[in-house]
Design a protein around this ligand. Structure first.
Ligand SMILES: Nc1ncnc2c1ncn2[C@@H]1O[C@H](COP(=O)(O)OP(=O)(O)OP(=O)(O)O)[C@@H](O)[C@H]1O
Ligand SMILES: [Mg+2]
Length: 320
């Protein structure tokens, strides 16, 4: 028996660019390209990659805030990509998303307790029950009972993100997609909130998809890590393997550019040449080829498949 909680099959998202004079253009942004991925129940899957590589688009499709262009998302035996809005409403209880900015995601005019209760209200919970659940959740995320009556501006950034987490947990989700959930917080607060994520996972048996551009943050929380480049996964491995032996040249460059990663590492920093290529015109062959230090002729013409290589998946013609 497999214990996959979610299966993503050949998922893609294209955005059509707006052209001149209000007409639709013929050009598309290929934000996510043909991604297939399984998420295992109870794990934290980290997703990393440079800005614009499609991490948020992938996360938003998984909770169906974004409609996929192609592909399927199998959750509890149903394809979320094909479900109606009505069916999605009940499925969404078990799929929650947490965003980067706790300031933007909390209504400044509502009391914290009411904010946490909001999803319960939408799903028809009675007042007394809502209040009891909200108080319990506030307690779980380390906020005291008095927080219930307070307003968002009375809290620090870290506390606000705790409120966001409490709200996301209200309907007892099974899977939480967290998109850069600590990026807006002070470094000193980040560790506390990351530990809260871990404690809650242990207590409630949650599965996380954890998106971040900071490799230190994803390493801290992830069991497995998917590295994305221009809308595709280029490497997928256990966190330990990925950091100990990055196989894809892009992963190697990402790790070497992050000095906080491994203080004993004497290897040279690999500097990536060139800008991130444009997702409107993906380079032919391997999308990473214009910046790859190991590029060969085949890389300019043939796109490598994501294949199993020694306990991990890599898409490179010349993996290490
Ligand atoms: N609604 C949209 N319309 C057009 N293009 C979009 C839209 N949303 C995202 N894109 C484009 O899709 C690509 C992927 O964007 P996405 O936000 O998923 O990247 P990301 O990896 O989350 O980046 P970041 O690290 O900056 O958050 C980018 O080129 C972006 O400009
Ligand atoms: Mg993003």
């Amino acid at each position: 028996m497999s214990n996959e909680i979610l299966q993503i099959k050949k998922l893609s998202k294209n955005y059509r660019l707006s052209g001149s004079f209000g007409r639709a253009s013929k050009d598309f942004v290929h934000a996510v390209e043909d991604i297939s991925l399984e998420i295992i129940e109870g794990e934290t899957l980290g997703i990393v990659g440079e800005s614009g590589c499609g991490k948020s688009t992938l996360g938003r499709m998984i909770v169906r805030l974004e409609e996929p262009t192609n592909g399927s998302i199998i959750f509890e035996g149903r394809d979320l990509a094909k479900e109606s809005n009505r069916a999605l409403r009940s499925i969404r209880k078990r799929l929650q998303m947490i965003f980067q900015d706790p300031y933007a995601s909390l209504n400044p005019r509502r009391q914290i307790g009411k904010i946490v209760e909001e999803p319960l209200r939408i799903h028809g919970f009675k007042k007394a029950e809502r209040r009891a659940i909200a108080l319990d959740l506030l307690n779980k995320v380390g906020l005291d009972e008095n927080s219930y009556e307070k307003y968002p501006h009375e809290f620090s950034g870290g506390q606000r993100q705790r409120v966001v987490i409490a709200r996301a947990l209200a309907l007892k989700p099974r899977l939480v997609v967290a998109d850069e959930p600590v990026s807006a917080l002070d470094v000193s607060i980040q560790a506390q909130v990351l530990n809260l994520f871990k404690d809650i996972q242990k207590e409630l048996g949650l599965t996380y998809i954890f998106i971040a551009h900071d490799l230190g943050v994803v390493r801290h929380v992830s069991d497995r890590i998917a590295v994305m480049y221009l809308g595709k996964i280029v490497e997928l491995a256990s966190a330990d393997d990925l950091y100990a032996h990055p196989s894809h040249p892009y992963t190697q460059a990402l790790l070497s550019a992050n000095p906080r990663m491994d203080t004993n590492d004497k290897s040279e920093r690999i500097i990536l040449k060139g800008d991130i290529p444009n997702p409107i015109n993906r380079p032919a062959g391997c999308a990473f080829n214009p910046r790859c230090p190991k590029v060969q002729d085949i890389c300019r013409t043939q796109s490598p498949e994501l294949i199993q290589v020694a306990g991990r998946k890599v898409s490179c013609h010349f993996p290490d």
